[in-house]
Write a protein that binds this ligand. Structure first.
Ligand code: FMN
Length: 200
């Protein structure tokens, strides 16, 4: 009998769910291939359709391909533990949120308290579309955000949230030892630990 894959072992849903949710995961091994901008645009098209408070769509994206002039300086902002695996990604997609929005009936810009929350939804859509398109995607919050903002010329009213590495999935054997052992889909807390009825 053939062995179940790690995805099946670690990602068993307790309730019915589309397979895309359990089968998407964040590998660290990339091939080092450059990918087409249109491949990233497909992921960002999915992100575009995320819901947001007042339909403000506060998500903003900056694509830096591994052969773009900004790659080295953006890569240099990553924490060393992330540099150890991210060097072969095809691109870094910086995900930022715009802090301001207009409210219905007024042209004035006011602080949008949901900008970070809504941008998280867009990132999740992006990650799912990357998976559906056969690409690997792994988010990085461990980087120097101040330095990253400078490299990317981030406007003052934007918040840099995350860098998403995207690319073609590579062989786990190319990773440093410690990371090679972790190159497998992880599990989740049981739903019972997260959900209650009537109150928290
Ligand atoms: C906002 C955010 C920041 C993250 N930062 C890092 C990071 O700095 N380094 C890293 O190796 N993984 C990072 N991850 C990946 C998570 O560890 C990973 O998504 C989580 O363990 C769940 O695994 P999965 O994506 O394979 O389902 C980050 C993920 C998110 C959403």
């Amino acid at each position: 009998m053939s062995q179940a894959s790690p995805v099946q072992n670690n990602r068993k849903a307790d309730f019915p769910v589309d397979a895309q949710f359990t089968e998407r995961w964040s590998p660290r091994a990339y091939t080092g291939e450059v990918i087409a901008e249109s491949d990233i645009m497909s992921m960002l098209e999915a992100a575009r359709w995320a819901p947001s408070s007042n339909n403000a769509q506060p998500w903003r994206f900056a694509i830096v391909m591994r052969n773009d002039p900004q790659w080295d300086s953006l890569f240099a902002t990553l924490n060393p533990n992330n540099q150890a695996w991210a060097s072969k990604a095809g691109a870094l997609v910086a995900i930022a949120s715009y802090q301001l929005a207009t409210k219905a009936g007024s042209p004035d810009l006011v602080p949008n308290g949901m900008h970070a929350f809504d941008t998280g939804a867009a990132w999740a859509y992006m990650a799912l579309q990357a998976h559906l398109n056969g690409f690997a995607l792994h988010g990085i919050g461990g980087f120097n955000k101040e330095a990253g903002a400078k490299v990317l010329n981030l406007p003052a009213d934007h918040t840099l949230q995350m860098l998403a590495t995207v690319g073609k999935r590579g062989d786990a054997g190319t990773l440093p030892d410690a990371l090679r052992e972790r190159e497998a889909p992880n599990a989740r807390k049981p739903l019972t630990a997260l959900v209650s009825r009537g109150s928290f």
